[in-house]
Design a protein around this ligand. Structure first.
Ligand SMILES: [Zn+2]
Length: 295
């Protein structure tokens, strides 16, 4: 990951969107940073300015995600339950077809929960995790080396070999997500798939709670996406074939009405999460994705 972009905080100076370069304006004030929003109609990226420095970021990760004293964090960010991840893989298989024995890379794999579920679905699953404690836990859980970064992976493996790369609620943590995505694109085989999920800033909670929204409160988040800005960032990394994916994920504790609302919320763009599928192709054309979904 690169260095944080430097902004002066002086209002008279233009503050460009780090993705498209268009002028960005004040959107929200948070205790730890300011949120700016790109003014370009087909971007609208919301981003933290400034980003936490490396030292504060490491401390924030320890406090929020991996508290060493075993105590729960004051902020609650539970990871996606395994039964939800199984729904994701089940529906992904319907959408992109069976990839039996395919190689999967989970970028920002945390303690390896998604990797363990991916194995249940027949993937040869590998992870990249920067946090040393989480990396060790993932390595132990899988009995297989978890890489610290793309460079380490490439020193032991070759590019263009993965069938599927997943960023599961990770892209909002990256300093320059287009840079990471560009690297990851080189790891995909031609025709390989990219799946990106992230919280939706246009969700009901995001709209109603504003600066109190948990995703804004998380100091390890540098970006706050909705459909348009997520698609733009993925496109800026050189992916041509991009489409929103709408998995029907059912929370086990949700009743039918709430489930129906969740399905409807996709149509309004206010679902809690947004999901995008892309393909690495070597042709410069914007070929559309074959639709295998029954939806
Ligand atoms: Zn922009």
């Amino acid at each position: 990951m690169g260095e944080a972009s430097v902004t002066t905080g002086v209002d008279s100076e233009m503050r460009p969107c780090p993705c498209c370069g268009t002028e960005a304006f004040h959107h929200l004030k948070l205790p730890h940073t300011e949120v700016l929003k790109c003014s370009r109609a087909d971007c609208g990226l919301q981003f933290a300015s400034e980003q936490l420095n490396e030292e504060d970021l490491s401390q924030a990760y320890r406090d929020v995600y991996y508290p060493s004293d075993g105590k729960a964090s004051t902020l609650q960010f539970p990871s996606t339950p395994n039964d939800m991840l199984r729904q994701v893989f089940s529906q992904l298989r319907t959408r992109i077809g069976e990839i039996e024995g395919g190689r999967l890379l989970d970028y920002g794999c945390g303690v390896g929960n998604l990797l363990a579920v991916a194995r249940e679905f027949g993937f040869e699953a590998e992870g990249i995790e920067q946090d040393p404690a989480a990396n060790q836990e993932a390595t132990n859980k899988l009995g297989k080396r978890t890489y610290r970064n793309v460079g380490e992976l490439l020193s032991l493996s070759s590019a263009g070999v993965f069938d599927l790369v997943i960023l599961w609620n990770v892209i909002e943590h990256l300093r320059e997500p287009w840079s990471d995505l560009r690297q990851l694109r080189s790891l995909l085989r031609p025709g390989g798939w990219l799946l990106v999920s992230t919280p939706n800033v246009n969700s009901v909670r995001g709209r109603l709670q504003r600066s109190g929204w948990q995703q804004y409160a998380d100091p390890t988040h540098f970006y706050y996406f909705e459909r348009r800005s997520l698609e733009r960032v993925i496109r800026s990394a050189g992916f041509g074939s991009i489409e929103e994916w709408k998995p029907r994920l059912r929370h086990s504790h949700h009743g039918t009405l709430r489930h129906l609302f969740f399905r409807f919320s996709y149509h309004l763009g206010i679902s809690g999460g947004v999901f995008y599928l892309s393909r690495a192709d070597r042709s410069p054309t914007n070929e559309s994705l074959p639709d295998k979904s029954a939806a």
